[in-house]
Design a protein around this ligand. Structure first.
Ligand code: IPD
Ligand code: CA
Length: 332
């Protein structure tokens, strides 16, 4: 069945619904944390794949709240949520071309359990595999990130993203030097020789090391940051606060809303894994379910390059310094 194009009016309506839903769901996260802070409620934490892959009753409750609201308003849309997926048997990529809500009721669950403020609701609306609408609400900071096609990407619906836009700065001429590099340790903590965790560590050290170091791989980035929430990492890249985000291992609900917002802001998202020929390989749009993501902030032109050229140059400079990560995903 062909997927009909959505009109701008339909997109605007879905966006307004998503913003309201994101705020209401975020309020539920905040109420839960306030009960804990006031000593009225204890937190129950269950482990999923391992001791750092955790779920709380709040994740479950807020997912049901979001799912019910979406199914009532848009019964023909498909729904994929982290906790519903976790209960199913399949670990395949299940999204097809039909309009689909891809949501994480609580991204940054570890942060949430530690009352580290970087946690949020993340609502992505996808058509034809492309994240079109994104809403991320981080209630502790009262930060709402949102985007709708042709309407821009916004912080709290007031401040257009990226934050610096008069003009939008190009990527630094010697990127990744002078960049803030964001990355995550993730949940694969198997300490095996040349495993994903060791490859990440090697990549992180390459990006941090001084420019002459590591056999020419030293990136001398300005700083390394991990928010502990993939979708907030992407939102911060859309702001332009992060220049680069590199990550392997998270899932489509961790990135769908963030990718929509970053693309609408003018960012670029491709694969984390370096191709064989980093100098000439085409820089393709990321596959949503690939679990391998490299994001570059919005960039404006310089005297010698377009913004896109400076983003692509940065992609190749990152690929030169990072290791290939192993995440296979049927259907992605
Ligand atoms: C996790 C966060 C984290 C990323 C993990 C995700 P969760 O999501 O986004 O930053 O490194 O891969 O699974 O479990 O907090 O929703
Ligand atoms: Ca989650």
């Amino acid at each position: 069945m062909a997927v009909p194009d959505l009109t701008q009016q339909q997109l605007d309506d879905i966006y307004a619904f998503a913003v309201d839903l994101g705020r209401r769901a975020g309020q539920l996260l905040m109420e839960s944390i306030e009960k804990r802070m006031d000593g009225e409620e204890q937190q129950t934490v269950e482990e999923k794949e391992n001791a750092v892959d955790i779920v709380t009753q709040t994740d479950e409750d807020v997912e049901i709240f979001i799912k019910t609201a979406i199914q009532n308003k848009y019964p023909s849309h498909k729904f994929l949520g982290e906790e519903s997926y976790a209960k199913g048997q399949s670990r395949d990529y299940l999204i097809d071309e039909h309009p689909t809500w891809c949501i994480d009721p609580l991204d940054g669950t570890v942060n949430f359990t530690h009352i580290f403020p970087m946690f949020c609701v993340s609502l992505g609306f996808i058509v034809n595999h492309r994240p079109l609408i994104g809403v991320i609400y981080a209630p502790f900071q009262d930060q709402l990130f949102s985007s709708c096609p042709n309407r821009g990407a916004w912080l709290n619906e007031k401040r257009r993203l990226p934050l610096l836009r008069n003009p939008v700065p190009p990527m630094p001429s010697n990127a990744p030097s002078k960049c803030i590099f964001s990355c995550e340790w993730g949940k694969d903590r198997r300490d095996i020789p040349d495993g994903n965790m060791q490859r990440k560590i090697e990549s992180f050290v390459n990006m941090a090391a001084d420019a002459g170091g590591r056999g020419g791989k030293g990136g001398m980035v300005h700083g390394m940051r991990s928010l502990g929430s993939a979708t907030l990492d992407l939102a911060y890249t859309a702001m332009g606060s992060f220049d680069i985000w590199w990550e392997g291992g998270c899932w489509e609900w961790d990135v769908a809303a963030g990718i929509a917002i970053l693309l609408e802001a003018g960012g670029l998202v491709t694969t984390a894994n370096p191709p064989e020929d980093v100098d000439t390989a085409p820089i393709e749009d990321v596959r949503l379910g690939s679990r391998l993501y490299l994001a570059i902030r919005p960039a404006g032109p310089s005297a010698t390059e377009t913004g896109r050229e400076s983003q692509e140059r940065t992609v190749r400079e990152v690929w030169r310094r990072v290791r290939h990560l192993e995440y296979t995903r049927p259907g992605a």
